[in-house]
Write a protein that binds this ligand. Structure first.
Ligand code: PGA
Length: 251
């Protein structure tokens, strides 16, 4: 069965109110009937822009996600700096990124990540869960061991995988212009799939790839049939490159 391909724009700490025109252009492109229906487009702008964007461009063609969620499972309260699941949903988002390596570096440990994932899902938000090894770990041949550890420490056995997108993002690829070879990706995704089947009894997990995805490399990356989409940083900031990525994937 043909599957849905995810194109998720992770804007990180970029963009301003004016950047809505980039989303507008993507939305106009998506209106064209010529492109495959089997795709899901999600924008994750900074939280200060989420609500205004989702109110202004609220179509069936694209969706929104937050870049973080509070680990406090309350709707509101005296928690400076926190954004609750309820607030995220009110801002029009249906997804949230958890476990991104840039966030792990700042303040997300396993316990926090696990908590955030369960709070998000409990509150009917879908989670884009990021995993990935750094260059040192890769060189030591520890990549898969690290991914396993990240999953086991964050994902509860009882989780419903319909609510989870696992984004494999090798840290050495994020923002560097370096992407793994197809051979390397084949090994990683095959092992991931097997591991998830054995440990979590899930047959068709949603696995995507992130790290220096561009219009030039997306078709090659897409050759791997286990990859159901992309988490795109830099190239999602401008509609031109984001649209090219979608086009080139389906070409
Ligand atoms: P990049 O970022 O596409 O700029 O490498 C990807 C990510 O960090 O999600």
């Amino acid at each position: 069965m043909a599957k849905t391909i995810y194109f998720i724009g992770n804007w990180k700490m970029n963009g301003n109110y004016d950047s809505i025109k980039e989303i507008e252009r993507v939305n106009n492109f998506l209106k064209k009937k010529s492109i495959s229906k089997l795709k899901k487009i999600i924008f994750c702008p900074p939280s200060n822009l989420l609500m205004s964007f989702s109110k202004k461009i609220n179509t069936k063609l694209l969706d929104y996600g937050a870049q973080d969620i509070s680990r406090i499972n309350l709707n509101n309260g005296p928690y400076t700096g926190q954004l609750s699941a309820k607030m995220i949903k009110e801002s029009g988002a249906h997804y949230v990124i958890v476990g991104h390596s840039e966030k792990r570096l700042l303040d997300e440990d396993y316990k926090t990540i696990k908590k955030k994932i369960s709070i998000a899902i409990e509150n009917k938000l879908k989670v884009i869960f990021c995993i990935g090894e750094n260059l040192f770990q890769k060189k030591k041949n520890l990549s898969f061991k690290i991914l396993k550890k990240q999953i086991l420490n964050s994902i509860d056995k009882k989780i419903n995988f319909d609510n989870l997108i696992i984004a494999y993002e090798p840290i050495w690829s994020i923002g560097t212009g370096i992407v793994p070879s197809n051979n390397y990706l084949d090994q990683i995704y095959t092992k991931l799939k097997k591991f998830l089947r054995e440990k979590y009894k899930v047959n068709s997990p949603i696995l995507i790839y992130g790290g220096s995805v561009t219009p030039d490399n997306v078709a090659t990356l897409g050759e791997n049939s286990l990859i159901s989409g992309f988490l795109i940083g830099g190239a999602s900031l401008k509609s031109k490159s984001f649209i090219e990525i979608i086009k080139n994937y389906f070409r």
